[in-house]
Design a protein around this ligand. Structure first.
Ligand code: ATP
Ligand code: MG
Length: 234
């Protein structure tokens, strides 16, 4: 579904990605792992057209998407839940969600999408008239994911969904990611906790200093020498 080939990105004179390749197949849940500053967000920001690559090729469902404007990339069926949630704090939960179905392709289905999101996150239904800033961190993350689903994506990218959340909430969001995958939406998410991320993923990639250093099935990544030594300390 998504093919990233030889992606290179520079911010000014500072090169961040040095020829990164990655694939996500339809129906998969894939995690992108790696330390702070490795360039993980830069990869998915390039996929959604927020960052322009220096070189490389981005394909979605067999068509080139690099160079397309972000709104066109969303129209093709890609949704991106940004790092640190970025909900609209002074809009209600419901308005935040509806803004996710603003595009022509999604708008006619907004009522159906809304009830689908509410059944996935019942707490959002309870809080639908509450301002987003008054939600807990976990609820704001659910809102951000829910808003991402409102555009009816085929492919959902989530940047660090567990950042700063309590273990119980993390467990809940892990379950939701599995449910989203089971509902037929392909998922690519970024995370730093290797074991946690691989527990719900079919495959994983590890990025370090702008280069892909490990990739494979969840089991292969978990058992790779580098991951065992550097990330698991065993
Ligand atoms: N807009 C920008 N302008 C200049 N440098 C940037 C910009 N965005 C990111 N960088 C730099 O590029 C590098 C990679 O950043 P990126 O956000 O992709 O990393 P990351 O793997 O997502 O890190 P984290 O886990 O901390 O979110 C970092 O050194 C960062 O400081
Ligand atoms: Mg990041």
């Amino acid at each position: 579904m998504l093919r990233v080939q030889n992606l290179q990105v520079k911010y000014g004179d500072f090169q961040v990605l040095w020829g990164v390749s990655l694939e996500v197949h339809e129906g998969e849940v894939v995690c992108l792992l790696g330390p702070n500053g490795a360039g993980k967000s830069t990869i998915i920001n390039a996929v959604s057209g927020l960052v322009r690559p220096l070189a490389g090729c981005l394909e979605f469902c067999g068509e080139r998407i690099d160079g397309l404007p972000t709104h066109e990339i969303v129209t093709r069926g890609i949704s991106h839940v940004l790092e640190r949630r970025r909900v609209f704090p002074y809009l209600t939960v419901e308005k935040n969600l509806l803004l996710g179905s603003y595009q022509v392709r999604a708008r006619p289905h907004r009522e159906g999408s809304l009830s689908r999101v509410f059944s996935l996150f019942p707490v959002l239904r309870q809080r639908r008239n509450q301002l987003a800033h008054s939600l807990s961190g976990g609820e704001q993350q659910m809102l951000a994911i829910g808003r991402g689903l409102m555009s009816r994506p085929k492919f959902l990218m989530i940047d660090e969904p567990f950042l700063g959340l309590a273990p119980l909430v993390v467990t809940e969001i892990l379950k939701i990611i599995t449910q989203i995958g089971a509902a037929g939406i392909t998922v690519l998410f970024i995370e730093q906790n290797v074991q946690l991320a691989l527990s719900v993923s079919h495959r994983g990639y590890v990025l370090e200093s702008g280069r892909m250093v490990v990739s494979g099935s969840a089991k292969e990544v978990l058992e790779s020498a580098l991951v065992r030594k550097v990330y698991l300390g065993i």
